[in-house]
Ligand binder design. Structure first.
Ligand code: ADP
Ligand code: ADP
Length: 224
């Protein structure tokens, strides 16, 4: 992912514009796990949404594998903080949903979906509806749904922020295992420095003045 000198403004309701992102440049290599850390409102979600192709930008360029991002693509899938699952679909149908859109046959999409549901330890809950799941289980299902699309890049927007501490720690472990096993490139947003340091190879710190990168540091983790 290459973000080069990107600027982003939003129109204000009162008129005029508001600069959300001011000259942000960032390169994320294939297979890297990078956290974007910073206080609420500094522009983390905006950066992630621009990489996802869900938001445009005013200046600069964002490239993925050398191609300009012009909209959403199945190479980049987002896991949001909440409300990620369709409440009227079971876990299985939620996870299979994107594959259906892609035109994958019923047999194959259910096989692939069950495989991912298994990796997030939800096999027993495949026929349950989201409201029957705990918060942690819902986020596991959302991760399974993203993985089922087999994207190169996982974009995670504070996926564990709404969870209690204990559940969050379990999900950190699970996400780390997924990352090690799949080698996916992960851009992970958080305002929690501990979470950023525990999970990632590299932490990029943003500040609100407006939306710029303040500093970045590598995390020397004891990885195998
Ligand atoms: P963070 O994810 O770091 O909390 P955001 O990227 O959500 O920050 O927001 C950055 C700034 O841009 C904030 O001041 C926010 O209010 C503003 N912003 C975000 N989305 C919009 C929008 N769609 N319209 C107007 N302002 C927005
Ligand atoms: P949370 O505090 O994360 O909201 P819950 O109190 O909802 O968690 O759930 C605690 C545990 O109970 C979960 O980890 C799960 O194993 C189990 N559980 C929650 N909802 C259901 C359900 N509808 N059916 C079976 N087990 C459930």
């Amino acid at each position: 992912i290459q973000i080069k000198h990107v600027h982003k403004t939003f129109k204000q309701r009162k008129g005029g514009t508001f600069t959300a992102i001011d000259d942000v440049s960032l390169t994320i290599h294939k297979g890297e796990f990078v956290s974007l850390l910073g206080p609420s409102g500094c522009g983390k979600s905006t950066v992630l949404n621009m990489v996802a192709g869900l938001e445009g930008y005013d200046e600069g360029i964002i490239e993925v594998n050398g191609s300009k991002v012009t909209g959403p693509g199945s190479d980049r899938v987002v896991v949001f903080q909440e409300h990620a699952l369709f409440p009227w679909l079971t876990v299985l149908d939620n996870v299979a949903f994107g594959l259906k859109q892609k035109g994958v046959s019923k047999k194959e999409r259910y096989e692939k979906a069950m495989e991912q549901i298994k990796t997030v330890h939800l096999s027993k809950f495949a026929d349950r509806y989201p409201h029957e799941l705990s918060g942690g289980m819902k986020q596991r299902a959302a991760i399974a749904r993203a993985l089922a699309m087999d994207p190169e890049i996982l974009l995670m927007d504070e996926p564990f922020a709404a969870l209690d501490e204990q559940t969050r720690l379990i999900l950190h472990k699970e996400l780390e295992e997924i990352w090690m096993r799949t080698g996916k490139t992960i851009l992970f947003i958080t305002h929690n420095i501990r979470e950023a340091v525990i999970l990632s190879d590299r932490v990029v710190v943003m500040s609100t003045r407006p939306g710029t990168i303040k500093k970045e540091f590598a995390v020397k983790a004891a990885r195998p």
